[in-house]
Design a protein. Structure first.
Length: 297
């Protein structure tokens, strides 16, 4: 084996990842939230937010099958299209998660058949349903997988039309909403479009909220004490950056570290206790990758 092949194999080994129980639990909770939103909120009121679930809801109006089995069928067709047009880019994990979601929707249909609308207020239904679904999708996406669906169509449009992936998803979901409107009326179409917008916003907020941490720069006389606290008590790391004060012209060391929001509260209290004259600059970090943080892929 030559060096190039060894490097390629090493890179492949690095990107392999076995999900731990926490990640699996978050995926299960996520798809349960999505399945609950579909079955208890969207299906009884014929509402959609695009996606494969929306296609299944529309098809159930014309085909005498439940949304669950149609959901599975639609996803299988989309996966076949994906393999034909874009190869295996969406990965095995997405297939497993998507089929698990479809199966869960079908299971809900068996356990809770023919649910009635939870309210006559469609605005309330679509808002609460999309909040629940958006949180669930955000949790799944945060574990480096997805719920499939129209994401595959968006990737096909990206490959052949050069469209941005996010724009492709919106277009695909809006097309599904148009079909929902043709099946169930203009009122449903308008609420479904609103659902697409709410869902996208909640997914974005959920992912940002799950990943937001604090990036801190600490100017203190107690560099050793604060550094020790960060390493031993918070189990984080830090950088010691040499600098010269613009006013004092003295050489000193600045502590740079990244901590979770909860850890930041402890760090702030500790710094105040050991050096009330310390100067701390903090900003939000949307994502931190690496050892003791989130993995890269």
């Amino acid at each position: 084996m030559n060096i190039t092949n060894e490097v390629q194999n090493l890179n492949k080994d690095k990107i392999k990842h076995k999900y731990n129980w926490k990640e699996i639990a978050l995926i299960i909770i996520g798809i349960t939230l999505v399945a609950s939103a579909i079955h208890f909120f969207l299906v009884p009121s014929n509402l959609t937010s695009g996606g494969a679930s929306g296609i299944a809801i529309v098809l159930s109006h014309y085909i005498p099958l439940g949304v669950g089995p149609l959901f599975i069928l639609v996803n299988i067709i989309l996966f076949i299209m994906g393999f034909i047009f874009i190869g295996k880019d969406f990965g095995t994990r997405t297939i497993v998660v998507t089929l698990a979601l479809s199966g869960l929707v079908w299971l809900f249909e068996i356990i809770f058949p023919n649910p009635k609308p939870l309210s006559d207020d469609l605005f309330l239904i679509i808002t609460l349903g999309m909040i629940i679904q958006g949180i669930g999708v955000g949790m799944v996406l945060n574990q480096y997988t997805s719920t499939g669906g129209t994401d595959i169509i968006a990737k096909i449009m990206q490959k052949y039309l050069g469209l941005d992936l996010g724009i492709g998803c919106v277009i695909a979901d809006l097309v599904v909403s148009i079909f929902a409107g043709s099946a169930f009326g203009m009122n449903i179409f308008l609420y479904s479009v609103m659902g697409v917008i709410i869902n996208g916003a909640v997914v974005s907020i959920t992912i940002s909220g799950l990943n937001t941490s604090k990036l801190c720069y600490i100017n203190t006389k107690e560099v050793d004490l604060v550094s020790k606290f960060i390493i031993e008590d918070l189990d984080r790391s830090a950088n010691l950056i040499p600098y010269k004060g613009a006013y004092s012209k003295k050489d000193n060391v600045l502590i740079q570290t990244a901590v979770s929001t909860r850890e930041y509260i402890r760090l702030k209290e500790f710094v105040n206790d050991v050096d009330p004259t310390a100067f701390v600059v903090t900003s939000s970090a949307n994502e931190i990758l690496g050892e003791k943080w989130r993995r890269f892929i």
